[in-house]
Ligand binder design. Structure first.
Ligand SMILES: Cc1cc2nc3c(=O)[nH]c(=O)nc-3n(C[C@H](O)[C@H](O)[C@H](O)COP(=O)(O)OP(=O)(O)OC[C@H]3O[C@@H](n4cnc5c(N)ncnc54)[C@H](O)[C@@H]3O)c2cc1C
Length: 474
């Protein structure tokens, strides 16, 4: 009897996690002889946004820098792939925000922060009143900006929260939904009545448990990558042996096939059957694929914007090493007169990113607040990055290395209404699963935009699809 097949569309971290979870579930059930797992990836290589390029001694991340090691599924994947995790260097704990044209360190100690010049005395006073601001009642889908102004004051919203939102989501705080994009912050307010109170509780708990307490907005964990860059993990996960991986395989159509089956059509004109699907593409790419069998899911997926983002890697010499303040990098508020969203100091974050005596920086431009970046040529974007970085750090010697990656569709924007969109999409796909055959969505469009969150959505979708297949009558 022919084997039954589970097809995963998309070879980013979520698709690879899905394929591994499915393979593992099938193996644990002792049914490898009955089932195939096949992963199809549009590009020439796996990894999706995780894209690491080596050019001589420069190791450039075109996408994510790393992940927070707070997701056991990523640990499990690293173990399966047999790749060694590398934690960020101690220097990466130092973070900067630009104020008055120069980078200022965000010091954790309250007195040091107060004297850093990031906020004016009035702004600081307003921030300190946060403990006494009443929590918002009810299930309001509030924007990140409105939440920040309400709790922290307008100055902190513009100078601290805005840049942080650009840094994580390439987003616009005026439109992002707090509940969807930063659910932990919303929970902090709900549970403790105040972010400051929640923070003290979190610090106490972390101290008692001997773990690392993350920043005020985000989850705890240590920033982590791999010696040869983040793409090492997807590449190692795609090594032959467990399931088939086809690159340069563009899925063009997914339709109901013979009873209990999907028909998968590729751009090269070939097609074949599948008994279960995991769609682990970007949201904008999933929208047309699900349209024939889940029109509501397709509509809400198409509503989710993925703004363009340019990543410009610049390699400098000794002067930059001497002049750039050592740390993770600097975020740039929108009112500082710079077009760049921020600059990362990769050589200080992970070892082996550039030769001794050099400094590899990465500049981010574009995002939801500057979609017009696409009207510029690559050369123009690169020139802006060079001149702004040199201005910020007072450099006189131009970079000796440049590499630019333009992402036409970067990070999905969890704007107001995102939770409703997620519910609509999941309900519509559930109906299609019952009507036709199992189909699940994975990836960063609904379960969190972080690399580790995407891996977790993939693992769960793959496991579920495999269990449904295993349970179905042959
Ligand atoms: C510039 C940048 C910086 C980031 N920095 C960080 C960071 O520091 N830390 C962090 O945690 N996260 C970061 N992120 C977010 C994180 O990288 C992503 O959320 C995560 O990698 C997404 O993984 P995924 O598998 O869901 O999607 P993707 O990686 O986008 O993979 C989707 C895959 O599907 C394939 N595909 C699409 N359509 C088809 C089709 N029709 N047929 C076949 N294949 C198809 C695509 O080619 C792609 O490989 C960053 C993102 C960007 C863009």
């Amino acid at each position: 009897m022919a084997k039954r097949r589970l097809v995963v569309v998309g070879g980013g971290i979520s698709g690879l996690a899905a394929a591994h979870a499915a393979h593992r579930a099938i193996q644990l059930a002792g049914r490898r002889a009955d089932f195939d797992v096949l992963l199809l990836e549009r590009a020439a290589d796996v990894g999706g946004k995780a894209s690491s390029r080596r050019d001589g001694s420069w190791l450039v991340e075109e996408g994510p820098t790393g992940f927070l090691d707070n997701e056991p599924i990523v640990d499990q994947l690293a173990e399966i792939a047999d790749v060694q995790k590398v934690p960020a260097q101690a220097a990466a704990a130092r973070r900067y925000v630009v104020r008055g044209g120069r980078p200022r360190e965000l010091k954790p100690h309250p007195l040091a922060f107060a004297t850093s010049g990031v906020l004016s005395p009035l702004g600081l006073f307003r921030l300190l009143r946060e403990r006494w601001v009443k929590p918002l009642e009810g299930d309001v889908d509030e924007s990140v900006y409105d939440f920040a102004v309400r709790r922290l004051g307008k100055q902190a919203a513009l100078r601290l929260v805005g840049p942080m939102v650009s840094g994580v989501h390439a987003g616009d705080p005026l439109h992002l939904s707090l509940a969807a994009a930063f659910p932990r912050m919303r929970e902090m307010e709900r549970q403790h009545g105040s972010l400051f109170k929640a923070l003290s509780a979190k610090r106490k708990a972390a101290k008692a448990a001997g773990t690392v307490s993350g920043g005020p907005m985000g989850p705890s964990g240590v920033l982590t990558s791999f010696a040869d860059g983040l793409q090492s993990l997807p590449r190692a996960l795609a090594r032959p042996g467990r399931f088939d991986v086809r690159t340069r395989a563009v899925v063009e159509a997914l339709v109901a096939g013979a009873a209990g089956m999907w028909r998968v059509g590729l751009a090269d004109g070939t097609s074949f059957d599948a008994h279960a699907l995991v769609i682990a593409t970007e949201g904008w790419a999933a929208a047309p694929l699900v349209e024939p069998f889940a029109p509501d899911a397709s509509r809400v997926l198409a509503e989710i914007r993925h703004p363009p983002l340019h990543v410009v890697a610049l390699g400098f010499g000794e002067e930059a090493l001497a002049k750039c303040p050592v740390g993770f990098g600097a975020l740039v508020p929108r009112d500082e007169g710079y077009r760049m969203l921020g600059v990362l100091e990769d050589s200080h974050v992970f070892p082996g990113r550039s030769a001794p005596g050099t400094l590899l920086l990465r500049v981010m431009l574009g995002g939801a607040t500057d979609p017009r970046i696409t009207t510029l040529s690559m050369q123009e974007v690169e020139d802006i990055a060079v001149s702004e970085v040199m201005r910020l750090f007072g450099l006189t010697t131009p970079p000796v290395f440049r590499h630019t990656k333009p992402w036409a569709h970067s990070i999905p924007q969890y704007t107001i209404g995102h939770r409703d969109r997620a519910a609509t999409a999941h309900a519509d796909l559930e109906r299609a699963s019952r009507r036709i055959a199992p189909v699940h969505l994975a990836g960063n469009v609904f379960g969190g935009v972080a690399f580790s969150a995407s891996a977790a959505t993939g693992w769960r979708a793959g496991e579920r699809a495999a269990h449904e297949l295993l349970a179905a009558p042959a």
